[in-house]
Design a protein around this ligand. Structure first.
Ligand SMILES: Cc1ncc(COP(=O)(O)O)c(C=O)c1O
Length: 371
């Protein structure tokens, strides 16, 4: 297919690896669990996991069991934790594909125990406690019952104990510290039951930047590895590079008069005679529609304003008196030799997050992987 026909993404694998090394350097630790759920936040789950595994990463997390099976089928041999809510149908699959299940509820633990007793085999699993996210996780007052089950059933292959931060990427960390205190109570209880969890983990990207990691021996990292900060309230003290470069071709250029109305609704009018380029990429491909209000694209070292509402398949750009070449590509976000536009900039402007923007790239976008 002609590369200039539609939007494309370049995934800079070399930057992914550099980010991994920078995060390890910041933490002075190497025990990272890299979160490659949702197709590695839109970056390509198999390609990212493969590159990171080759570079020494030994632990991954995905959301669904099918994402885990896909990674196994692609030859990933590292640990793979499944974040999804447990389901009885996962038991055999987890054993078959050596996947680690998430146990976040007493009933799930009892089901797993009964399966293990009956079949004389247990899947590997981590126990998740809710300390304030109010999503998945055992309640703290269920810890005694859960730990009793673990201590009395030697066949159970429990490996990890974990929780999840709700506010670790915010300026006010008081709630996050309360979560840590609750988690420590759970760890103390586990000790009273004589349980030895191989991995203790809590952190996400926000916590990597904001919270001391001394109580945890595994650190879950998602967004930072892809080269974006989780929010604008964190210290930006890691030298990160954006892994995803999103671009699209200019397919038409026309000179228009001052006062020409552009795109649906006619909400944009040129302030002077201008060169208007049509870019072949729309909201169906992942460029966020609300970005049109104050948004811009990069071309040959300069930024140019998006002109009018983004359509499903195309949008227009005001190049003013510059004359872009038909077939050239504009940078939508990421960075190349000439321009740099961060997902964080777009996210802030449209009241979204880099998570939403990265995972939104889809539709007809072609992916290229660059080492
Ligand atoms: C349970 C869990 N752990 C870790 C992460 C990674 O978070 P982040 O991308 O902020 O590092 C996520 C992502 O949403 C998650 O759901």
């Amino acid at each position: 297919m002609d590369k200039t026909i539609g939007p494309s993404v370049v995934i800079h694998i070399n930057r992914l690896i550099k980010n991994y090394d920078q995060i390890k350097k910041k933490l002075s630790r190497s025990n990272l669990m890299i979160v490659v759920k949702a197709n590695a936040y839109g970056h390509g789950g198999i390609a990212c996991a493969n590159a990171l595994e080759k570079h020494g990463c030994k632990s991954f997390a995905v959301f669904s069991i099918s994402e885990g099976i896909q990674l196994r089928d692609a030859g990933i041999t590292s640990d793979i934790l499944i974040f999804s809510k447990f389901n009885n149908s996962y038991l055999e699959l987890a054993i078959k594909h050596n996947l680690i299940l998430n146990i976040s509820n007493i009933k799930d633990l009892i089901d797993l125990k009964e399966f293990s007793k009956k079949n004389k085999k247990s899947p590997r699993f981590h126990m998740k406690f809710d300390t304030g996210m109010t999503r998945l996780g055992l309640n703290i007052d269920e810890a005694d019952e859960a730990f009793k089950i673990l201590s009395k059933n030697n066949e159970l292959k429990y490996e990890g104990l974990y929780s999840h931060f709700a506010t670790a990427d915010e300026g006010d960390l008081s709630f996050a510290y309360k979560q840590v205190e609750k988690f420590k109570d759970i760890l103390n209880k586990a000790e009273l039951f004589g349980l030895q969890f191989k991995t203790i983990h809590f952190s996400n990207s926000g916590a990597v930047l904001n919270i001391d990691q001394k109580d945890f021996n595994l650190i879950r990292v998602g967004m930072l590895i892809y080269g974006a900060y989780p929010s604008n309230e964190v210290p930006k003290d890691i030298d990160l590079q954006p892994v995803m470069e999103f671009k699209a071709p200019i397919v038409e250029v026309r000179r228009v008069d001052k006062g020409t109305q552009i795109s649906y609704g006619g909400v944009y009018k040129t302030e002077k005679e201008s060169n208007i380029g049509v870019v072949q990429c729309g909201f169906a491909d992942g460029i966020p529609r609300p970005w049109y209000k104050n948004g811009f694209v990069g071309y040959k070292g300069k930024n140019y304003k998006i002109a009018g509402r983004i359509c499903m398949d195309q949008f227009m750009v005001n190049f003013e008196d510059d004359v872009p070449s038909q077939g050239d590509e504009v940078l939508i976000f990421g960075s190349n030799d000439y321009n740099s536009i961060s997902m964080e900039t777009i996210a802030e402007e449209i009241e979204s997050t880099p998570y939403v923007i990265a995972t939104g790239i889809n539709g007809r976008t072609e992916f290229f992987y660059q080492n």
